[in-house]
Design a protein around this ligand. Sequence first.
Ligand code: 5GP
Length: 468
Amino acid sequence: LKLCENIPKVELHAHLNGSVRPQTIKDILDERSRAGEALGVTEQQLADITVGGERSLRDCFRLFDVIHAVTTTHAAISRIAAEVVRDFAADRVVYLELRTTPKARPEYGMTKESYTEAVLDGIDAALRQLRAVPPRAASQQQLLLAAQAQAVGGPGASGPGAGAGAGAGASGAQGADGVGVTSPSHEQLVAASEGVVLSPRAGQRTTAAGGGLHASSSGAAAAAETAAAGSEGAQGPRPGPGPGLESGLESGLESGLETAPHLIIVKLLLSIDRREDAAAAMETVQLAARLQSRGVVGVDLSGNPYVGSWAQWQGALAAARGAGLRVTLHAGEVVAPEEVRAMLAWRPERLGHCCCLDAELAAQLKASAIPLELCLTSNVLTQSVPSYPEHHFAELYAAGHPVVLCTDDSGVFGTTLSREYAIAAAAFKLPVSALHELARRSLEYTFASETEKAQLRRLMERELAALE
Ligand code: 5GP
């Protein structure tokens, strides 16, 4: 697991509300009940979120409904988005494509647009914080160490511990907030102590908080800021009661300064829920098209696979394509050969899952070469595949099909991307060099711009070379 935590990774399939920290849901519920609000969520339902472990796909969707029942304010949505970004950054994810379903909830004064903007605000706040940890968070000792490191490495120094310097080359849609990467040395990374386990871990998620001191190419101030981030990072997400909702996002950010040793590029996909009809799906696509300048790069089709039918979203998905958005589809989570056939024929840019394909569809998938987002723990816990070693990753990987390891719902399934890499290594007997190659190739299947990909390629090559 330690080796996997050090790998710069790419996450392409992470649902925002499935990646929520269980503690955050508890915090929000506590806060609301203190304010005398009844959200209609029982103790048992709350326990289900925090206990983790095996649950059927149907149970998972009931759980998402509970999470959605709790997350009804813009402040809560922004807080969750900010925390999720920081958690992925702490797990050494250098590129994150987060996805979420825009929700219109007039009873809470929320439109699809205001919901999505709250998500984007949370992402932006986390990126700002990752780029500039408040100096007051650094102790005198950390500032001294940062200054020493800066004196040794100096601006623009190369090698482990020096900044990668990608911060200046900002991603188009997000401006300077989108990119900013520094690379700590191997020793500076704080690794979690658990080993690789093949049985899914029930309970809380692993937090692979990074930490440590390093000089950054932007000079002493940044080095000091990063030292502060490193110091906080070693602590991981703060346990215990979090900030109240009234105190809002900034307070949430300050209370959980488990910042990563590096920053990441984050993009957003807007999900069409399979419960939505053609008009609702079109509304989401139009919103995604409008918000491209804020880092929305694509559209996803997800939600309960037992609900809805492909034809009802095709118009919206075609419109997404017409607007220059990329499309990824959840496919084959349950046995639905006609739908999977239609999806393959439509040729989305990526597919997710594809667990329940017969031999003919599996052959069609391979022939299509459509990159596949694979979520090992999610698929095993929801019993979509019987066990890790039997996961279709093995066959597709052996066939050279483009595959990307992803978390799906890291909060709900108690996992991290590093852990998914470690599980793949153990289950499929992959050497570290193969994991590095997986991470490298994942980058090619992102919906990032070519400029961003080039920046990330340089960063990953440098970091992987240091590990090899
Ligand atoms: P949100 O879109 O609210 O940020 O994230 C939770 C939602 O993502 C769920 O309500 C569901 O629609 C979708 N989702 C999360 N995990 C899965 C999954 O494994 N399969 C499918 N089909 N949808 C999922």
